[in-house]
Design a protein around this ligand. Structure first.
Ligand code: FPP
Length: 255
């Protein structure tokens, strides 16, 4: 991969954390934080589109979130439905290709139908690839992908390319930049395969206060980073002059 290719910000993934604490700090119940947090989502989708990002993947509900109180889980379901009803037209107008990854079997039928309809309508769109991870777990995605491969290719050894092609949404590719809001420094079972070489950015801002402006600044910060993907240049390794290269090789007893 050349250095220009390294600099491209194709896929941004976000862990939208801090809703509950944000609400509690203001003496409100946690669900109020989710309601305010859901109102931020569309401005960040727009900001990603404006920055020329090709794929944006948002962590809206993890497999671990099932252990939250039923009321909180139901509020999150309702917010997803409301978001989709409100944003459907804009998604279509902006040629956004929308998908949900994760297990949505427990969502109400009307929400599942709405998701299926938007996915079908937008599947050929060439704009931003917007993915909501809902009922999602990174380990489960890896296990599902391996099982899918084994079932379709009995006896064949699994390669990295095979694995990638069996992920829930293969076309979004590796994550270039993973942002987590809310001040914690964890990956939380998110896109475990895809974040292997991601740049990580941890923001102190709690999700309901995250803004398009901060998103843009983080993207600019990404552009200033050097991504080496584990490699270094030959001149950095031995020294740029013939003399220093020769003397370093001499110390090692190598010519
Ligand atoms: C983490 O906050 C956030 C979630 C578990 C869900 C993220 C959901 C939204 C942003 C709103 C839903 C929006 C849509 C469109 C589905 P937390 O409750 O873990 O916060 P805490 O770390 O402060 O407890």
């Amino acid at each position: 991969m050349n250095s220009e290719e390294n600099k491209k910000l194709k896929h941004v993934a976000i862990i939208m954390d801090g809703n509950g604490r944000w609400a509690q700090e203001r003496n409100h119940p946690r669900v109020w934080g989710h309601i305010r947090g859901s109102q931020v989502v569309s401005s960040i989708v727009q900001a990603a589109d404006d920055c020329g990002v090709e794929a944006l993947t948002l962590y809206a509900f993890s497999t671990e979130n099932w252990s939250r109180p039923v009321t909180e889980v139901k509020v999150l379901f309702k917010l997803l439905k409301k978001f989709l009803q409100k944003e459907r037209e804009r998604i279509i107008k902006n040629r956004i290709s929308f998908r949900v990854i994760g297990d949505i079997d427990n969502l109400p039928n009307d929400t599942q139908n709405l998701i299926a309809e938007i996915e079908e309508t937008t599947k050929e769109f060439e704009g931003l690839k917007l993915t909501f991870a809902f009922g999602y777990g990174g380990r489960k995605e890896i296990i599902d992908s391996v099982n899918n491969f084994i079932q379709n290719n009995p006896g064949k050894p699994l390669s990295e390319e095979d694995m990638e092609s069996c992920l829930y949404r293969p076309e979004i590719g590796d994550v270039d930049l993973l942002i987590r809001t809310g001040g914690d420094h964890r990956i939380s079972n998110y896109l475990l395969w895809q974040v292997a070489y991601a740049e990580l950015y941890f923001s102190q801002t709690k999700w309901p206060e995250f803004s398009a402006n901060e998103f843009q600044c983080i993207c600019e910060n990404f552009m200033s980073r050097e991504r080496r993907f584990g490699s270094v240049s030959a001149t950095d390794c031995l020294g740029s002059s013939k003399k220093s290269a020769a003397s370093n090789l001499k110390v090692l007893g190598t010519k």
